[in-house]
Design a protein around this ligand. Structure first.
Ligand code: ATP
Length: 369
């Protein structure tokens, strides 16, 4: 089975092809996923929804065409293998009749999966339109994927974990998810901005270009700790106070390296504390990480250490699967397609506020549900 995935919720115009026949399972699954992405890079400030949508409009056709070329190559190689096998055994009369009557070329993919949300409305609408058009042109089913569940499922897929707790640490979101009774439940989440967006707000304040996360990570290497707020309330957490304090410290002349170091220590410790509580409350001994902030080595180090101390396993997918990417959409799209979880065109509207706990999980084994 081959699935085309399309992603475009905010900054990454991305298309991917997941080839389940080439999937060796676990971390090696990466080999079975081809991804082509084109990032929107704002000239100044943060992500502007209209500019991001213009980027999608321009880049989505390009990345989709590249992904489809890859799918056609896979299709041709598979056809060559079949022809060679047939030449060895000799074609049957049925094969020949079928070949003669099929004037039409088969679609190179079995289904088109796309991000339905959450994300920026203008971007989602462009991706939704492209996905519907492709599904109709290729005459294959349409699969609507929740972007946040895809961040989680790619970690479950590449780790081979059965029922992990997932920490999604992305640009516009931050939450802990775990599976129970047919849905991924939100165990805890940010009470204000997403974790990446919070970091980006600080870096904009000090005049750094978007995205700020990698710059904070680099600057933190030369920093020392200065006091900043730390806000965890039960299973929820907040970033607005810490960001205001960080901006204030910068205006007061505190070295930016020290602020970056302290931001990372506090924000990632908050996420680690809540992740540990989620493991403890669910009884799970598996944690997966999702989202673009998951590319940060200090965050991964803290989570790995916490898991190690409590005898739990920790998995962070490859960076190309952490930041926004269509590979995770194609992989979850394949699971949903196999479960018969496809969409009629008239029901395929996008949803900028699509929460992960709104998604009926159709693709896990019946006994798990
Ligand atoms: P969402 O997935 O919630 O829609 P998003 O579309 O903004 O979020 P992601 O690709 O998940 O996208 O994450 C992008 C965020 O990751 C940005 O805020 C960026 O600053 C942050 N980021 C990227 N690399 C790092 C890093 N090394 N350290 C910390 N943050 C990082």
């Amino acid at each position: 089975m081959r699935i085309l995935g399309i992603e475009g919720t905010a900054w990454a115009a991305s298309a991917a092809v997941y080839d389940s026949d080439a999937d060796a399972g676990g971390a090696n699954s990466s080999d079975a996923v081809f991804i082509e992405s084109d990032a929107y890079e704002p000239e100044s400030g943060g992500i502007h929804p209209r500019e991001a949508a213009e980027h999608m409009h321009e880049a989505i056709p390009r990345v989709v065409e590249t992904a489809l070329e890859h799918a056609r190559d896979l299709e041709e190689s598979a056809a060559d293998r079949d022809t060679n096998a047939q030449a060895a055994s000799g074609p049957t009369t049925d094969d020949l009749a079928e070949h003669r009557s099929s004037g039409q070329q088969a679609a190179p993919v079995d289904a088109v999966a796309f991000s339905r949300g959450p994300g920026l409305g203008p971007c989602l609408r462009i991706v939704g339109t492209a996905a519907r058009a492709l599904s109709q042109a290729l005459e294959v089913p349409l699969v609507g994927v929740n972007h946040m569940v895809a961040h989680l499922e790619i970690g479950r897929h590449t780790s081979g974990f059965d029922s992990p707790v997932c920490l999604n640490a992305s640009g516009a979101n931050a939450h802990l998810l775990a599976y129970r009774n047919g849905r991924y439940r939100v165990l805890g989440e940010t009470m204000d901005t997403g974790v990446g967006n919070a970091i980006d707000k600080f870096t904009r304040h000090v005049g750094w270009s978007h995205p700020g996360g990698p710059k904070v990570e680099a600057a933190a290497e030369d920093g020392e700790y200065v006091d900043l707020p730390y806000v965890v309330k039960g299973m929820d957490f907040s970033f607005s106070g810490i960001m205001s304090a960080a901006k204030q410290r910068s205006d007061d002349g505190v070295a930016v390296e020290d602020i970056c170091y302290s931001l990372q220590e506090n924000i990632f410790a908050m996420l680690t504390e809540v992740a540990e509580r989620a493991l403890s409350l669910t009884g799970s001994d598996e944690l997966v990480l999702g989202g673009g902030v998951g590319q940060n080595e200090r965050l991964r180090e803290m989570l790995a250490e916490m898991c190690d101390q409590r005898g739990a396993e920790f998995h962070a997918p490859d960076p190309r699967f952490l930041r926004d990417n269509a590979g995770m959409i194609a992989v979850l799209g394949a699971k949903m397609y196999e479960a018969g979880d496809t969409l009629e065109i008239e029901d395929s509207h996008v949803d900028p506020d699509f929460r992960p706990d709104q998604v009926p999980v159709t693709w896990r084994g019946r006994s798990e549900r």
